[in-house]
Design a protein around this ligand. Structure first.
Ligand SMILES: [Zn+2]
Length: 430
């Protein structure tokens, strides 16, 4: 019998007892409360942006948790934090997520996965030794909220973002990701020696809140992610002529904001024609930004995502072509810059199979689904067998102070994560 099949057939069913579930649930809630004290935003929710003091404070808490559990903790040159169980030189099973948030974000995105990783490790250390090293990771700067480029920590440490590129990525104040990292005592220049080597990592598993409504609608408590949508992120700048709003007749205007509004509407219409494809304009800036002046310039972001790599680029290109037509018709200048372009990613087939078999063996209602949001697992997955477990988000709300997931679902997810690690520990992935 093939080894893989044998592993599947001999795995015992593993339902979670109500006592164990409530113990993990209490621990999950306590850890989430502790993180939630860091980076509260007076406008609502949490703002722990990439390479800010509050993000670093959350990473300090991570290290304290690791030390309290007797784990080996360290931080790499870009600010990812690690907590390792034991001193085995075997390849690692890496588990974790991120601790930064968007502006006025929620309390579960990223944090749920880090907390679940600690709970899973706690469950596993009570059982027989694993063949692989078990290591928790909290990635730095996952959200694209500050630098537009997401997953800076995971990209950089897996060699998918170079040092020169890190020096080109800027926030709205012109501060580069490189300088922002250095201002927090990190030293990206020494990353060369730290980059993850695929042979050193057996697999990477990330638990995350779904940030959508599929699981809740289906009455499922666990999701196994099969694919992560790709994203193309553009900045579109239209240049016209600033002029007096009272004295400039309509036919003589060169108004870039009206042109932008047409392009934004077109983006919505275009993405709506296709399944599993979305387009969003989330940021717009107008200069001089005065109620009595026709704008001279309008700049907006465009974020196109799809589970189909070709459609993702075709929709982006179609919107750009339309922008060219609108700009030419209105005698406006047009500049389009590509900030980020990541293809959709199918998560590792065998990891998915094992996670699916794991959740099925617990008797938990589950769904296999795709992720519309990007994740560190999608980045790491380009090099290392990776898998994702979702837990339901109430109302599908995320990137908002109203984001909410049930700690009992996160606890159940932690249990499935631990059981999945047991299976994958035995599994010849490489
Ligand atoms: Zn996240």
């Amino acid at each position: 019998m093939p080894v893989l099949l044998a592993a599947i057939m001999t795995a015992a069913p593993a339902e979670i007892s109500p006592t164990l579930l409530s113990r993990i649930t209490r621990s999950v809630a306590a850890r989430l409360d502790e993180i939630a004290r860091i980076g509260r935003d007076p406008r609502g929710g949490w703002s722990r942006l990439a390479f800010t003091n509050s993000e670093r404070d959350a990473h300090d808490l991570f290290q304290r948790w690791g030390v309290a559990l007797g784990l080996d903790v360290h931080r790499d040159s870009i600010g990812n934090s690690y907590a390792r169980l034991g001193h085995s030189t075997q390849p690692a099973v890496m588990i974790g997520s991120h601790l930064d948030t968007v502006v006025t974000g929620g309390a579960y995105d990223g944090t749920a996965g880090v907390v679940a990783a600690f709970e899973a490790l706690n469950l596993l250390r009570d059982g027989p030794d694993l063949r692989h090293r078990l290591e928790i990771v909290a990635f730095a700067a996952e959200e694209g909220a500050r630098f537009t480029t997401p997953c800076i920590g995971s990209r950089f440490i897996t060699g998918q973002l170079s040092l020169p590129a890190l020096k080109e990525i800027r926030d709205v104040d012109g501060i580069t990701a490189y300088d922002a990292a250095r201002s927090r005592g990190l030293d990206p220049d020494r990353a060369q020696t730290e980059v993850w080597r695929p042979l050193d990592v057996h697999c990477f598993l990330e638990l995350h809140v779904e940030q959508g409504q599929v699981l809740e609608a289906a009455g499922a408590r666990i999701g196994i992610v099969e694919a992560i949508a790709g994203a193309t992120r553009l900045v579109v700048t239209l240049t016209g002529a600033a002029a007096h709003s009272g004295t400039t007749p309509m036919p003589l205007r060169k108004d870039p904001l009206v042109a932008a509004s047409k392009i934004i509407t077109f983006a919505e219409e275009t993405a709506s024609r296709y399944a599993r494809t979305v387009a969003t304009v989330g940021r717009i800036r107008v200069t001089p930004d005065s109620p009595t002046t026709i704008p001279g310039e309008a700049t907006f972001s465009l974020d196109v995502r799809s589970l189909d790599a070709i459609r993702q680029r075709e929709v982006s290109a179609e919107i750009v072509r339309y922008a060219e037509v609108v700009a030419a018709g209105r005698r406006l200048g047009l500049a389009v810059r590509v900030l980020h372009d990541q293809s959709p990613h199918m998560l590792h087939y065998w990891v998915r199979q094992e996670l699916t078999a794991t959740v099925a063996s617990t008797g938990t209602p589950y769904r296999v689904l795709a992720s519309g949001a990007g994740h560190d697992a999608g980045v790491v997955g380009h090099l290392i067998p990776s898998g994702m477990i979702f837990v339901p988000s109430h109302g599908g709300i995320s990137h908002s102070p109203a984001e909410s997931s049930d700690p009992a679902d996160i606890a159940l997810g932690s249990f499935v994560l631990a059981q999945g690690i047991r299976r994958l520990d035995e599994y010849p992935l490489t």
